[in-house]
Design a protein around this ligand. Structure first.
Ligand code: DX5
Ligand code: ZN
Length: 225
């Protein structure tokens, strides 16, 4: 059965960039399992965030696993500098891959990183059919990528169920976008085990309490199935 473990992944996009070290420490003290890093290129998504030097600085600051979400058009070109900077996992978007996605998977794996693939809300599960058994993580976007603080798109839940039925226990099924104390339960019931949350963690006064609520609600939904 899936859901052997629940992972809460605070997204640093919602942290205070002038106080990243403090926010990372607060999330770590508060029980974050991994950290989610959103890299945006202004092409694949209509926004820019941060790049390699910031990932490098974060890696110097923390021992946490850095789950690096590349919302960029050319992941093949930039995977290596991000891994060298300290990214433990590299997630690329299936929408940007023009050739065989197995090549991108192999390229990231050869760098020694965990491999993730992300799907936009409009992309069906079938789009990753050829690689679903080869990746370490599938990231189902539950908002259109580019910005934090958006509303969760319920229509993505059936896709989570479909993928949960295809994935092994050792693979992580991640949801990203609009995850809060209430939508986390829907995602966990659908089979997700890794929960990215930006505003629902760093937008709260008590980061530790926010993480605990997300975990409790996810666990409650799994137990109640
Ligand atoms: C959106 C990013 C998300 C974002 C989530 O493009 O991929 O990781 O930080 O933010 P919230 O949790 O606020 O929806
Ligand atoms: Zn993300």
């Amino acid at each position: 059965m899936r859901n052997a473990g629940i992972r809460i992944a605070p997204s640093l996009l919602a942290a205070d960039f002038a106080r990243l070290g403090e926010d990372i420490a607060a999330a770590t003290r508060g029980g974050a399992d991994i950290l989610h890093l959103d890299v945006m290129d202004g092409h694949f998504v209509p926004n820019l965030s941060f790049g390699v030097p910031v990932v490098e600085a974060i890696a110097r600051e923390t021992e946490q696993f850095l789950d690096t979400h590349l919302m960029i058009t050319d992941p093949g070109r930039y995977a290596e500098p991000f891994v060298k900077a300290g990214a433990g996992g590299i997630t690329f978007h299936i929408e940007v891959v023009e050739d065989d996605p197995r090549t991108v998977v192999r390229q990231i794996r050869d760098l020694g990183a965990r491999v993730g693939v992300a799907l936009n809300p409009g992309t069906p599960a079938e789009a990753i059919e050829s690689i679903v058994d080869q990746v370490d993580l599938v990231c189902v976007m539950t908002v259109w990528p580019g910005f934090g603080g958006q509303k969760f798109i319920d229509d993505c839940l059936p896709k989570i169920e479909t993928l949960a039925g295809q994935m092994r226990d050792d693979q992580w099924l991640e949801v990203d976008g609009g995850v809060d104390a209430s939508t986390v339960s829907l995602c966990a019931a659908a089979g997700a085990d890794t929960f990215v949350a930006g505003s629902a963690v760093f937008g709260r006064d008590d980061v530790g309490a926010a993480i605990a609520t997300l975990r409790d609600n996810a666990q409650g939904a799994v137990a109640g199935k």
